[in-house]
Design a protein around this ligand. Structure first.
Ligand code: NAD
Length: 449
């Protein structure tokens, strides 16, 4: 599970060799620790003519302790982030404003710095030309993500027109993207819409008082999730199969959470889980469907059991559980459903027809449930991890593993904590305006790009 090459590259001897031979150069990524400032340096904020959010965003960033740099400063500076509000752009000829802002600063971003462009959802644009220009922003951020290097990430945040001050709904997303929590998220387009968002009393405990269910919590990404959510203030209900009971108890004890031993594929699993949550907690604010399995074989060699098990654990069990929890109104308004998909569900993968089908189905679940549940104040999102350093990926043969690790803009695998931090952000009460998204945690992997 350790990336020895990345450790070597970060040593003095490794650095020299990488330079001489032009080898992949995985940077050390800035990751979040409670109490950390959002950025390692000041942010430079620019705006296109007619942009809507620059002012309220500047106010929120300043309140969050971010130093805003003066654009006209004569001494060259290095920035923790470059932000550009492109919501005023309504024609391709106006895209030149992006060049004018980013070109002089292309080498001025600090390692693990952030680039964020704010835009409009193209489907909301009043004219084809405006929609075309807004769609063009994706190409810019995805290229910056590939070009800037040194752990710098780039994202496009599309802000839907909403009633009231949209910067309230934007705040949690900006805080996540600027911070070390989003270390392994790059090249993403995130839609922020009009859902209700409540600002926490303490941004270091954004899940205070929330009851959160995490399935598959005994190890890997699920165990990291339980830790991160508890650190952020949640009461975690950690679930896994009875055979993983000891590891599950260790995770739950470590974070002062509760352990539930249950096989999600058992016919009575949804009702038993619903009864447990109702009697012990009265509700569940956040449901994280993380449990997942692989049973790889090429399709011609795959027996029906492998197909059935993977679809059942990774997809059908999620549907059955959602149905019962929603029917019994155990997920209140302000609740969250977050599913773990995979880039295999976006790109497909040889030997994984069953797995990729299940994970693409998870994306379908988000697309189909999000609009209906928005009316109940419940958001539905998925994360799609790329290559994450776990037991699952440690089993991949060396050459394939090395290719998977390096074929992304950050030239390294992600850590379970990177997926956990992303799910954490989607779970926050402050993230109510984020729904119907599939956010890849893949370091901008080339697969399915
Ligand atoms: P893992 O195998 O380490 O952990 C999965 C957990 O799910 C295990 O503890 C397992 O006991 C539990 N589980 C399996 N079947 C269950 C059932 N029927 N009922 C209850 N619990 C069950 O895997 P991981 O790498 O931590 O992956 C977690 C999720 O992330 C999965 O959905 C996986 O598909 C997804 N994912 C992982 C990667 C990666 O690189 N590791 C990449 C993309 C997606």
């Amino acid at each position: 599970m350790t990336d020895r090459y990345a450790s070597f590259v970060q040593s003095a001897a490794g650095r020299a060799l990488v330079k001489r031979l032009g080898l992949p150069d995985p940077p050390r990524l800035r990751r979040h620790h409670p109490g950390d400032p959002l950025l390692a340096g000041p942010a430079l904020l620019g705006a296109a003519t007619g942009a809507r959010y620059a002012k309220p965003v500047a106010m929120r960033l300043t309140a969050a302790g971010v130093e805003l740099a003066e654009p006209a400063a004569t001494t060259p500076r290095r920035y923790g982030a470059l932000l550009f509000d492109a919501t005023g752009i309504t024609d391709s000829t106006e895209l030149r404003q992006l060049y004018d802002f980013f070109h002089p600063q292309a080498r001025a971003v600090l390692p693990s710095g952030r680039v964020i462009v704010l835009g409009n959802p193209p489907q909301e644009c009043p004219t084809p030309r405006a929609a075309t220009a807004q769609r063009a922003l994706e190409g810019l951020v995805r290229s910056i993500g590939k070009e800037f290097g040194r752990g710098i990430t780039a994202q496009l945040v599309q802000v839907a027109r909403a009633q009231g001050d949209p910067s309230i709904g934007l705040e949690s997303t900006l805080r996540f993207l600027l911070s070390g929590r989003s270390a392994y998220v790059s090249g993403q387009v995130i839609r922020v819409s009009g859902g209700a968002a409540s600002i926490p009393a303490d941004w270091d405990r954004p899940l205070d008082g929330q009851v959160v269910l995490v399935t598959g919590a005994a190890r890997g990404i699920g165990a990291a999730l339980a830790k991160v959510l508890a650190r952020d203030g949640a009461k975690v209900v950690a679930l896994d199969i009875p055979a993983a009971g000891d590891a599950l108890a260790a995770v739950a004890n470590d974070i002062g959470g509760a352990a539930v031993q249950l096989d999600l594929t058992a016919p009575d699993a949804p009702t038993r889980l619903a009864e447990h949550l109702a009697s012990r907690h009265g509700r569940v604010d956040v449901v994280v469907h993380n449990a997942g399995i692989t049973r790889d074989k090429t399709l011609g060699r795959m027996d029906a059991d492998r197909w059935d098990q993977v679809i059942d654990v990774n997809l059908s069990s999620q549907e059955r559980i959602n149905d019962v929890l929603l029917e019994r109104e155990l997920i209140p308004s302000g609740g969250r459903i977050i599913s773990v998909s995979s880039i295999a569900g976006i790109a497909g993968n040889r030997g994984q027809t069953n797995y990729a089908t299940s994970k693409a189905g998870v994306i379908g679940l988000v697309d189909s449930l999000a609009p209906a549940l928005r009316e109940r104040g419940i958001s539905v999102n998925a994360v799609a991890p790329g290559f994450i350093e776990t037991r699952l990926t440690a089993r991949i043969p060396l050459v394939v593993r090395e290719a998977g690790r390096r074929m992304n803009s950050l030239a390294q695998g992600g850590l379970p904590v990177d997926v956990a931090e992303t799910i954490g952000w989607l779970a926050w009460p402050a993230s109510g305006a984020v729904s119907g998204n599939v956010v890849r945690v893949c370091g901008q992997s080339l697969l399915g790009a």
